[in-house]
Design a protein around this ligand. Structure first.
Ligand code: F6R
Length: 237
């Protein structure tokens, strides 16, 4: 595991954008695993800027997002589909058919989960996976206690995660109770993983990860068993 300590959110975003741009330049048809939330917004802005300056094309890139809420329409303002379009996809030349998120409105959610892992595999597997981390060590929506063997599955969101995510909803009571998430094992299959975490409230999680103790009570700790992980993290401003 490679640790890169940064001083600002801006610097974290720049380092991560550099790794993703390089990946796309070296392999234009890369399969990328993407995340939502506050952590990647700055990196997405930088990828958009590189594209607008003519330095980056995503026309052959395929993306698979980590997760999506169950029960929200794709185009709902709070869906992860909308988040990704507003923060990245609308501003780069990615082809709509190359964008994949789990379908939280699927009639048969169990089948959708299996199909999602299969789609990733058929695409050739994820080359580079972006992750954020929850204060409790969650990655994707895999909360403490999730089996390291888990593949894409339906999860019930904990109260703390629903409260944290309520900022994205006009009505906090509208936060869905369930989501589809790539499992820990689905994430571990990526060839390379970049985890970004910034701010005081993430420092405790960073310390736990650094301690080297691997336990299902702290889902991100399984990353210690992956051969190619970079953690870009830092500070308080
Ligand atoms: C997002 C996701 C989550 C977030 C994590 C950190 O797709 O799967 O695991 O990465 O909750 O969220 P932020 O970046 O908002 O602190």
């Amino acid at each position: 595991m490679k640790w890169i300590e940064v001083n600002t959110y801006e610097e974290m975003s720049e380092v991560a954008a550099h790794i993703f741009s390089k990946q796309i330049q070296e392999k234009p048809n890369s399969i990328l695993g993407l995340a939502t939330g506050g952590s990647p917004v700055g990196m997405y802005k930088k990828l958009v800027a590189r594209h607008q300056a003519g330095h980056l094309s995503c026309k052959d890139v395929q993306t698979f997002n980590l997760d999506e809420y169950v029960g929200l329409e794709q185009t709902s303002p709070a869906s992860y589909w909308t988040f990704m379009h507003k923060n990245l996809f609308n501003f780069v030349d990615i082809q709509e058919e190359n964008i994949h998120l789990p379908n939280g409105k699927a009639a048969d959610l169990a089948t959708e989960c299996l199909a999602y892992d299969r789609r990733i595999e058929e695409a050739g597997g994820i080359d580079l996976q972006l992750l954020g981390i929850g204060v409790n060590g969650h990655i994707g929506f895999n909360e403490p206690g999730t089996s390291f063997d888990s593949m894409t599955n339906i999860v019930e969101l904990t109260e703390s995660t629903r409260t944290e995510n309520a900022i994205y909803f006009d009505d906090p009571s509208g936060v869905p109770t369930h989501a589809i998430t790539m499992g820990i094992q689905s994430i571990m299959k990526a060839k390379e993983i970049v985890l970004i975490a910034f701010g005081e409230k993430k420092l405790d999680a960073m310390e736990k990860l650094k301690s080297g103790h691997v336990t299902e009570d702290f889902p991100a700790s399984q990353l210690l068993n992956h051969p190619n992980v970079t953690i870009i993290y830092g500070g308080t401003n």
